[in-house]
Design a protein around this ligand. Structure first.
Ligand code: RUB
Length: 305
């Protein structure tokens, strides 16, 4: 679901909502961050504007540490603002040029979403019973487009503990008129028998073609592997993290245990990773904005994007 950021008047609130996951999903995190920078430019009009933008962008790049697309886009924008600061004396001109760059990035993101929906909906076969996990705006857009083409029989949506992002997916798809069934995460193997394929989103893709996505995606991939049914990921090529080809591991965000159990017994320890890593061998295909690709040629897709 493409969130409407125009309701935000205060950029600090966007940052809080990214931390609390009220703004969730890699794409919405990137879009929210861009809007935050736009609002911050309105506040810091003077000559300290670029200094402040650099600080804010660096914080946003770490707000969700497992988001290479946000990092790549914000680091490009940060460098752009540093160059502009050297070229332009007038902060109003810097602001205008930064504003245009943000608009161009937003436009590029809309276009990549459109191509993913087209490519993904062509890939899905007629009469598909789909299973999804968490909420990915790329995934839901593909399913909606495939439904428009009459290809979706039904969708099973795992609710996705502990924050229930599956409910966002389920309400979006059912209100679009798709036959949608919300299931508890533990029922994934039961209903996978009745599904033809599984599709999840992507936060990051590593140089070995592994997928990093919402915790539980790996389990889903294993269930589909066991049933010899396809498990795919809808991912803009920009989700590929080139740093992983230099031997850096993608950092997995660890969240507070209180998200699992708010009033848990005092001595109880809780482990709450936000994401997990799905082995490339479990992934039938990546549906990217530059075409369908296997986990082996994801770097090629990234270079093409
Ligand atoms: C969301 C999640 C999504 C990806 C892709 O996790 O894992 O599948 O971010 O989303 P969280 P999109 O709820 O913790 O942010 O396709 O919208 O980029």
């Amino acid at each position: 679901m493409a969130l409407d950021f125009s309701k935000y008047r205060n950029w600090r609130q966007i940052e809080k909502d990214i931390h609390s996951i009220s703004i969730q999903g890699a794409r919405n995190v990137t879009r929210g961050s861009l809007h935050e920078i736009r609002l911050a430019m309105d506040e810091y009009k003077g000559k300290d504007m670029v200094k402040n933008l650099i600080k804010i962008s660096s914080r946003l790049m770490d707000a969700r540490p497992t988001e290479p697309m946000t990092r790549a886009i914000l680091s490009g924008l940060k460098n752009h603002s540093i160059r502009l600061d050297k070229e332009e004396k007038d902060p109003r001109k810097i602001k205008a040029r930064m504003g245009r760059s943000i608009e161009n990035i937003e436009e590029m993101m809309k276009e990549s979403m459109k191509s993913m929906a087209e490519i993904g909906s062509n890939y899905i076969e007629n009469g598909t019973a789909m299973m999804t996990y968490c909420h990915s705006s790329s995934g839901t857009n593909i399913i909606k487009k495939a439904h428009d083409k009459g290809k979706i029989a039904k969708v099973f949506v795992c609710e996705t503990r502990p924050l229930y992002q599956g409910r966002i997916t389920a309400s979006e798809l059912s209100s679009y008129g798709i036959d949608t069934y919300l299931i508890v995460d533990g029922a994934m193997a039961t209903y996978a028998k009745k599904a033809d394929m599984a599709m999840v989103g992507a936060d990051a893709i590593t140089s070995t073609g592994d997928l990093i996505n919402k915790i539980g995606s790996c389990s889903l991939s294993m269930v589909f592997k066991a049933y010899s049914k396809p498990f795919v990921s809808a991912a803009e090529a920009l989700k590929y993290d080139p740093d992983t080809s230099w031997g850096f591991n993608e950092k997995i965000e660890q969240r507070k245990g209180s998200e699992i159990w708010e009033k848990a017994p005092k001595r109880l320890k809780m482990l709450n990773p936000a994401f997990d890593q799905t082995h490339a061998g479990n992934i039938e295909a990546y549906i990217t904005d530059v075409g369908i690709c296997s986990s082996e040629n994801i770097e090629g897709a990234y270079n093409k994007a």
